[in-house]
Design a protein around this ligand. Structure first.
Ligand code: CA
Ligand code: CA
Length: 228
């Protein structure tokens, strides 16, 4: 009887140890990680949504993360998943659909532009963004892109503040209304009509509400030391 109890105890103990081992392996597999290393998952990403009249390319922390796949028309929304690293520098080149030789948009007419940006971490385009005109027209005047304009280290302190335009003024097409741009403003330079290629920048020190995520090896997340 006593021997039977000891045997039962050994069996129960072995089952518990096996279960713990299986559980531990499973949770590591679920994280897709080696022990002690936290890897980002989709839940750690944020969504960036942009509507541009007419085209854009977006850099985050100096890395190209989105290129509008449609050249100018029709007006479309670009939506991408982003793994944020804060502080986060967002740098965008935006182009109106203007003929590079004449500056006209349709035939011999001057067309207007506009861009609106919303990140699910709470970042929105507004008057706090910085802008720099690259090409305007007619008559067409173009300057070179400043070296390193898309990099976090670039000094944009001399750039002008973005000008906010009403939705009515930009008059976006249907795709704009199919997405959530609540709280975000249409922006451009001071001239929505004749500034045709512009650069925009903003820096996000920390997210509006989501947790800080950083894939660099020095950050401790949820008690787990991230190692390189
Ligand atoms: Ca224009
Ligand atoms: Ca346009």
């Amino acid at each position: 009887m006593k021997r039977h109890r000891i045997f039962t105890g050994i069996v129960i103990g072995a089952v518990l140890m096996l279960s713990a081992g299986v559980y531990s392996r499973t949770s590591q597999q679920q994280r897709g990680a080696q022990p002690g290393v936290v890897k980002p998952e989709m839940a750690d990403t944020i969504t960036a949504t942009v509507y541009a009249d007419n085209w854009l390319a977006m850099y985050i922390n100096g890395k190209l993360v989105a290129v509008d796949p449609i050249d100018f028309l029709p007006h479309n929304v670009v939506k991408v998943d982003v793994l944020p690293e804060y502080p986060m520098t967002i740098a965008i080149v935006a182009k109106d659909n203007a003929d590079p030789k004449t500056g006209f948009e349709y035939g011999n007419r001057v067309g207007d532009a506009g861009i609106v940006v919303k990140f699910s971490d709470g970042t929105v385009s507004n008057a706090a963004w910085k802008v720099q005109r690259i090409s305007s027209g007619p008559p067409v005047k173009t300057i070179a892109f400043p070296t390193g304009w898309e990099l976090p280290s670039f000094d944009d302190s001399k750039w002008e503040a973005a000008t906010v335009y009403s939705t009515q003024r930009v008059n976006p097409k249907k795709p704009y209304y199919d997405y959530d741009f609540m709280g975000a403003s249409f922006v451009w330079t001071t001239d929505l009509d004749t500034d045709n290629t512009i650069l925009l920048r903003t820096n996000v020190e920390k997210p509006g509400w989501s947790k800080r995520w950083n894939t660099k090896p020095d950050l401790d997340i949820s008690g787990a030391q991230v190692k390189s």
